[in-house]
Design a protein around this ligand. Structure first.
Ligand code: SF4
Ligand code: SF4
Length: 222
């Protein structure tokens, strides 16, 4: 296991919220309705800033995984691109709904809790086998969000300030290296979470969030 840089207070609070729902949701199924809030935030983030913005700015589950120790292992190549998790999740929801036959508001809470608990178990298994952001790479909600306006916003790279130390890639959940993949000074990957861990870790302050591309005809750099 590798030592990781400390996560922000905001992410630690999100992680605590997730842990509380996980611990208490079986007893109080209404808590599991927070899953719908997460879905709404993800879609709003995708519509406003594009792609997986909601994943990086408000995802208690993602924040929870980010507090787990780093195993030092890489996530399998191509996992981000695979859409299998969408079909697997749809099959799981259909199977659970069939088995549980939710009829009341409380029943639906129990169904949502079952989804949260099962997918968390999958994420934890993925952490043990690969690394802590395994779930983020297969998350069906992330795959839906990334299809909405992918690449609208990105990470601006101030190339003259960058000393190519690679710390940003080490901090990135998926190992992205913005300075090496930026086009016209901006890194736009449909799987970038806009979490800004790379920018927080950069000793030269060479990275920042670019909220949207400039209008046609406008220069990319100020
Ligand atoms: S951490 Fe900053 S200085 Fe280091 S490679 Fe990344 S962008 Fe460049
Ligand atoms: S490139 Fe930066 S903002 Fe994008 S996922 Fe990696 S750490 Fe987060």
């Amino acid at each position: 296991m590798r030592k990781s840089p400390p996560e922000s207070l905001k992410r630690r609070i999100e992680a605590a919220l997730f842990a509380a729902v996980l611990a208490l949701g079986w007893r109080y199924p209404y808590l599991a309705y927070c899953l719908l809030v997460n879905v709404a935030v993800g879609i709003a983030g995708a519509l406003r800033h594009g792609g997986r913005h909601g994943c990086g700015t408000f995802c208690p589950r993602g924040a929870f995984y980010s507090l787990l120790p780093d195993t030092g292992r890489k996530l399998p190549a191509g996992l981000l691109a695979k859409k299998t998790s969408l079909f697997a999740m749809a099959a799981m929801v259909a199977a659970l709904a069939f088995l549980m036959r939710p009829a009341t508001v409380r029943d639906w809470g129990r169904l949502f809790y079952a989804m949260i608990a099962f997918t968390t178990a999958v994420g934890l298994a993925g952490w043990l086998v690969f690394n802590r952001h395994f779930w983020c790479s297969v998350c069906p909600m992330g795959k839906i969000c990334k299809a909405i306006r992918p690449g609208k916003s990105g990470i601006r790279v101030d190339a003259p300030s960058c000393v190519k130390c690679g710390l940003c890639a080490k901090a990135c959940p998926f190992g992205f290296f913005p300075p090496g993949a930026a086009r016209d000074g901006v890194f736009r990957d449909p799987d970038c979470l806009h979490c800004l861990r790379c920018a927080e870790r950069c000793p030269k302050k060479a990275l920042s969030f670019e909220s949207a591309p400039p209008a046609p005809g406008q220069p990319l750099s100020p």
